[in-house]
Design a binder for this molecule. Sequence first.
Ligand code: GCB
Length: 594
Amino acid sequence: MLYPIENKVREVKNLNGIWNFKIDTDNVGIEEKWYEKPLTDTVPMAVPASYNDLFTDQESKEHVGNVWYEREFIIPDSWEGKRIVLRFGSATHHAVVYVDGVEVVHHKGGFTPFEADITELVEKSDLEEHRLTVALSNVLDWTCIPCGEVITEDDEKHPDGYHYQETYFDFYNYSGIHRPVKLYTTPKNYIDDIVIRTDNDGKVEAFVFATDIIKKISVIDEDGNVVASTNEIDKAAVESDHKKDDEMYVAGLKVDNPTLWNPGAAYLYKLKVEGEEDTYTEEFGFRKIEVTDKEFLINGKAFYFKGFGRHEDSDIHGKGLDEALNVRDFNMLKWIGANSFRTSHYPYSEEHMKLADREGFVVIDEVPAVGMCFWDGKSVFGGDRVNKDTLKHHLDMLKEMYERDKNHPSVVMWSIANEAATHEEGAVPYFEEVAKTMRSLDDTRPITIVHTTGPEGDKVSQWVDVICVNRYYAWYTDHSHIEVIGQQLELEMNKWYDKYHKPIIMSEYGADTIAGYHKLPAVAFTEEFQCDYLDEFHKTFDKLDFMIGEHVWAYCDFQTKQGLNRVDGNKKGVFTRNRQPKAAAHLLRKRWNN
Ligand code: GCB
């Protein structure tokens, strides 16, 4: 799906700002058709933002079920004769969108964009102001990813009863319209999608899906020079169902001596597609990814991943897009010498991905498949938890992630899940299907899965190219005994390598640390302990030639649900939630800049 852009034939109108908001306390709004009339008794709400931390009362913050958003918008007269699209960058987790009381789109999945062509609806209407209403649900169950369950406690020990959203992942279930809402125009015949395939030899294969007739495709360098251009564009049949109104156009171009997109040295070209009516310009880079049994090569050079697992998370905004925060984050990642990160545990905003392209960061893009592992003896993949609907939604989310992020040079690998019960028999057919689907969407990038299961138990890594492992030796096991880290790490990593002969990334390792808490000798939770802890891992990484990277957990402290081992959130950040360094940041900076 293309990002909304402005040019001579396209316009964008931002609908961010203060909307009307209402909590559907008894979850009756859909049944009572609240969308048919203006909402009553609303409060002001910011978009984009999570709504949770904007409230001062527990009930609103923790509401399980629907909330309602509403605002008015105007279509300028100058838009007459254009195609008009309403687009949400994301809404977490399930949205039903109405314009003037008519449903225009619904979407399941909290981290990818969706849109509705509202041309006909507004053309037929004589209203000057249109009413946009969104019913948004934050309920997670076993039909979606991430998975969750709504639990009701109403037995004899809880005579008054209460219910809550149970989640099986370690981040707060922030909800709301998290990313920008936009109206944009295209000509009536338009460019629907562009797929750009490149390597590092200057060849470009462009696939354009359009209802417009495509006339010309060019490549423009960073100085604005046209460095390749063609009018030789072939038409081919469209196989994919959802693009059935489109024609597919295919063209090959060649840029001589291209400047490559390299980690830390990004270079972005633009592909300009011109049709009879529409024009669209998409950024891309030339780079080649290869994986051997011990190496991850970018443009023929072995790449070692240095960086973090992260979250979209900050004070007040929750998971709402904050462009200032994103800029600060990339500056801090550069300061510390990181070259990469994983979008744990869901695709980050489109604005975030664009910055990664521009700043030369290498990204492992992760689908929101998190919370599929329990150690309670009950099966996840063979019982009444993960089911056919979960799989269907998982595949849909892979597709939406791919369709949104396919042209980003920063994205070098897809992560198909974080910490699933891959030791279960039922995980075998499930992940075979997931991996097969990811490869059928994109055969140009490697894929990985992120493990909590150990090498003895894992049954699915034959389908991935790189193995990612999350490990907390001396934290969740052998707590505080950092002397075990080296031995346990070496033993386990060798077992993984002997079993699969694939390169390994330590995708999480870390210890909760309270900023400003010091003690000598070090004890758990002090800044000294976090330094000693990470150091022990590093000594072993440096000995193993099949280890291709280290992603510390986590970049920053972040909010979680309340729990006995979470004091106002997860404190494994190398930076505080307010983006200031703990002592470990200086240790990593020294290591990563060497
Ligand atoms: C993990 C998860 C991550 C948690 C982390 C922790 O393995 O992937 O989401 O936050 O452990 O700190 O426990």
